[in-house]
Ligand binder design. Structure first.
Ligand code: ADE
Ligand code: ZN
Length: 333
């Protein structure tokens, strides 16, 4: 309880949270009803049954099946606004001061929802949260690895109008890592750079090996790495991350639910600290993985019992790793 109050009060930033992954079972069923969407009755029986199923994911792909099915209930601008505002309200209570949020445009456009509806809804939720709670945010488009590179290129091109208006700030890459090494996406990131996109990140080294993190840094020139936990398997890769001043967005509860480790105590966080690799602690898909950002901090504390000084340092790192401007960082710190 003591640790909880302390960690809650620390000003924290989150950099790895998929807005679709914040769709709680309760809201999922409610939106299905409102929108007249029929969910697969074999999978969607009750809130309690769904929560149980979420405790038994066997892999990233097993989770992604549920993650992608649930999106069917997100139809209107109001749905995206409600989803986003619910997340921001929840993390405001966790002491979050700045959130960098992913969304998957291809997953929505591919089922007939227009990009303008998605971006407008999420943006409204973010603006409302900033007005009410003072939490700032950035929105990051991810392209998905389970669709062809051609589709990713189209998605990047179509997002540029929202980058120009400041509604979208960066580019990431998510979904199935196995079978999809980073070099496959060199062209996609190059196109984003050519079009003037400044903030780039990539899911790498979640299920894929440390060597793929090396490729992400050396060949794609990306130094923000989502997950990156498998880097800890190779001291040379850890050294590379330090040399390039890279930043990892680590998701401890996600890694347990998706069987990357069996327990948070197996997280390489202490190895990263010993090696001098900078990182933040994040929730990934809080509605699916058993907790929001503070729950992740608490799980790490339970595993490693860091001192207050250490925690203050980690929270400061989370601020410095953010894509907000220096004025905002100063204001937070
Ligand atoms: N999409 C949502 N969460 C993800 C994760 N942890 N890894 C890859 N793709 C994702
Ligand atoms: Zn993720």
């Amino acid at each position: 309880p003591n640790a909880e109050a302390f960690l809650r009060a620390l000003p924290k930033c989150e950099h790895h949270m998929h807005i679709e992954g914040s769709l709680e079972p309760g809201l999922l069923f409610q939106l299905a009803k409102n929108n007249g969407v029929t969910l697969d009755p074999a999978r969607y029986t009750s809130i309690a049954a769904l929560e149980e199923r979420y405790k038994n994911f066997t892999s990233l792909d097993d989770f992604l099946l549920y993650f992608n099915l649930a999106m069917a209930v997100l139809i209107t601008e109001d749905d995206f606004e409600a989803l986003t505002f619910a997340y921001m309200t929840r993390v405001h209570a966790d002491g979050l001061v700045h959130a960098e949020i992913f969304f998957d445009p291809q997953a929505h456009v591919g089922r007939g929802i227009s990009l303008s509806v998605v971006v407008a809804g999420i943006s409204k939720g973010l603006e409302k949260a900033e007005a009410q709670f003072g939490i700032t945010s950035k929105l990051i488009m991810c392209f998905v690895r389970h669709l062809p590179v051609e589709s990713a290129l189209e998605s990047v091109e179509s997002i540029m109008e929202y980058v120009k208006t400041g509604k979208v700030s960066g580019l990431g890459c998510d979904s199935t890592e196995k079978g999809n090494p980073p070099e496959k996406y060199k062209e996609v990131y190059q196109r984003a750079r050519d079009l003037g996109m400044k903030h780039l990140t990539m899911h790498s080294g979640e299920e894929g090996p440390a060597a793929w993190v090396r490729t992400t840094v050396e060949e794609l020139g990306i130094t923000r790495i989502d997950h990156g936990v498998r880097s800890a398997d190779d001291p040379e890769v850890l050294k590379l991350l330090v040399d390039r001043n890279a930043f990892l967005t680590v998701c401890p509860l996600s890694n347990v639910r998706l069987r990357v480790h069996t327990d948070v105590s197996e997280s390489p966080i202490p190895k990263f600290m010993a090696a001098g690799v900078k990182f933040s602690i994040n929730s990934d898909d809080p509605a699916y993985f058993g907790g929001y950002v503070l729950d992740n901090y608490l799980a790490v504390h339970k595993a490693f019992s860091f001192s207050k000084e250490t925690w203050r340092g980690l929270a400061i790192d989370s601020v410095n790793g953010s894509w907000c401007d220096d004025d905002r960082k100063k204001e937070i710190l």
